[in-house]
Design a protein around this ligand. Structure first.
Ligand code: FE2
Length: 274
């Protein structure tokens, strides 16, 4: 097994591991260590059935079922993301367009620790996924901003339909589809602090006036999105990528809707952020 960094910001490619086959404990320990260290790991050239991907994902922990109707018929923790059509109708979840930085399921009490995406079909251009290092963003915040967010929580909402590109159109928080989590959370494995707010789903910081909340959020979003803290992944068919939602954010670039993009996603259950 070989671990090759993908960028100065975060991410590493792991070579010499076939995720479709059972993996020895010692090898898996190396994979897990690389995931914690680099936050995003990539295995290229994989060929995986749904069951094989689920089995590999299970090595990282319990799986996290999807709460909407978007899960696969065969496994509730599996979701197909993309714009393939059946009888003229799109059959995948989150099929099209650009998507702002976010952390998966952050509006739930126990959001996904990890998301594993396997690339089955990709457009010729576009549809790249961007990853941001939320540890580096926390460390780079000015000291007074770190003090102002200390001990505070932010309300996260599920809002994939409205407000995707404009925060002014965000939906209001509502029961079951929103949750307040620490603005900065501590990663249970590394002990490091990471910013846990994002442009797509963070509604406001609790206990602050609207203006101060929006100002602080804007500063954090801009810090998270600094180019030196991000890595842009250009997909190839057969890429298997696992990101850590506890210390990274991800976003998607737009792509030509006439071309197919098809990914299989499995989410791994996390703890309540603290
Ligand atoms: Fe996502």
């Amino acid at each position: 097994m070989e671990v090759v960094p993908l960028s100065p910001a975060l991410g590493a490619e792991i070579r010499g591991v076939d995720a479709s086959r059972p993996i020895a404990d010692a090898t898996f320990a190396g994979v897990l260590e690389a995931w914690h260290r680099y936050q995003v790991i990539l295995l290229r050239g994989q060929s995986l059935t749904e069951d094989e991907q689920v089995r590999f994902a299970r090595r990282f922990g319990e799986l996290s079922p999807i709460h909407t109707s978007h899960h696969s018929e065969t496994n509730k923790a599996v979701m197909y993301i993309g714009n393939r059509k059946k009888d003229g109708k799109i059959v995948g979840a989150l099929p099209l367009g650009e998507m702002q930085f976010h952390s998966d399921q952050c509006y739930r009490e126990r959001p996904a620790a990890g998301t594993m995406l396997y690339s089955i079909e990709i457009p010729k251009e576009g549809g790249n996924t961007l990853f941001a290092n939320a540890y580096k963003a926390y460390d780079a915040l000015p000291a007074d901003a770190r003090l102002r967010i200390e001990g505070r929580k932010a309300v996260q909402v599920y809002d994939y339909d409205g407000g995707v590109l404009d925060r002014k159109n965000m939906v209001a928080p509502k029961d079951g589809m929103s949750y307040a989590h620490p603005v900065a959370r501590t990663h249970p494995a590394t002990g490091r602090k990471a910013l846990y707010v994002n442009r797509l789903m963070t509604h406001h910081i609790e206990g602050l006036a609207d203006e101060e909340s929006e100002q602080l959020l804007d500063l954090m979003f801009r810090t998270i999105e600094r180019p030196e803290f991000t890595y842009e992944h250009r997909w190839r068919v057969g890429d298997l990528l696992l990101w850590d939602n506890r210390c990274t954010l991800h976003a998607r670039r737009d792509f030509n809707p006439d071309e197919n993009r098809w990914m299989r996603r499995v989410t791994i259950q996390g703890d309540r952020p603290r």
